[in-house]
Design a protein around this ligand. Sequence first.
Ligand code: AP5
Length: 214
Amino acid sequence: MRLILLGCPGAGKGTQAKLITAHYHIPAISTGDIFRAAIQQESALGKQVKRLVEQGQLVPDDLVIRLVAERIQQNDCRQGFLLDGFPRTVVQAEALQKLSPIDYVIDIDVPEEEIVRRLSGRRIHSPSGRTYHVIYQPPLRAEQDDVTGEPLIQRPDDNETTIRKRLAVYYEQTRPLQYFYEKMQQEFNTPRYLKIDGTGSVESITQAILSQLH
Ligand code: AP5
């Protein structure tokens, strides 16, 4: 099972990625998580992408494509993988076509006003990537991870100005992928393009997705 999760910032890609990959026992590959880990470790990659990621701009295509190409060749991807946050431009989608066949593109759709509410209330447990929301998915104890009790953080790009910037980048550069994959389905019948309503409970959205994957 080789899957792509599309959808605007805050659509719930990371949340659904964990549940879908647990179901299929495949790795979730989040380019955003890879960049944030590199920034935290202050690696060469981290230094290169820090300003772009924190300002809500895209990392250059060639760098992301190289990174994903290496990652999906690793052994744990033999039975499949889920890409969360890649591709994000038509150039990336075209490069991916040459790297690997894809079975499904899952496009999670959430209205913009809901996105700002979701992202401004999001909290993260950095070491594990566990995600919470102060109202929609609150931790058992305020600002603490449920499993370790460690403090939760707010992502530097989760402030209203940067959220709006990320949404603008999404509409300009990533939204065209909807037409790219709809056209591929019409012409080649693969990958299958699924548009999923991303409003409603996390569990109901997971069910809606899983019920359409075969
Ligand atoms: P990335 O980490 O991919 O960020 P993003 O696309 O902005 O997506 P998010 O992680 O913000 O949201 P999500 O859809 O995963 O939502 P989540 O499940 O957390 O990328 C970050 C940056 O890295 C980019 O800006 C760019 O700079 C760079 N980058 C990454 N990939 C790149 C690429 N391919 N090319 C170039 N640059 C790249 O949910 C959000 C919140 O809502 C949470 O609090 C959650 O608890 C809550 N929630 C989830 N589902 C529900 C629900 N059903 N109801 C209520 N609340 C919900």
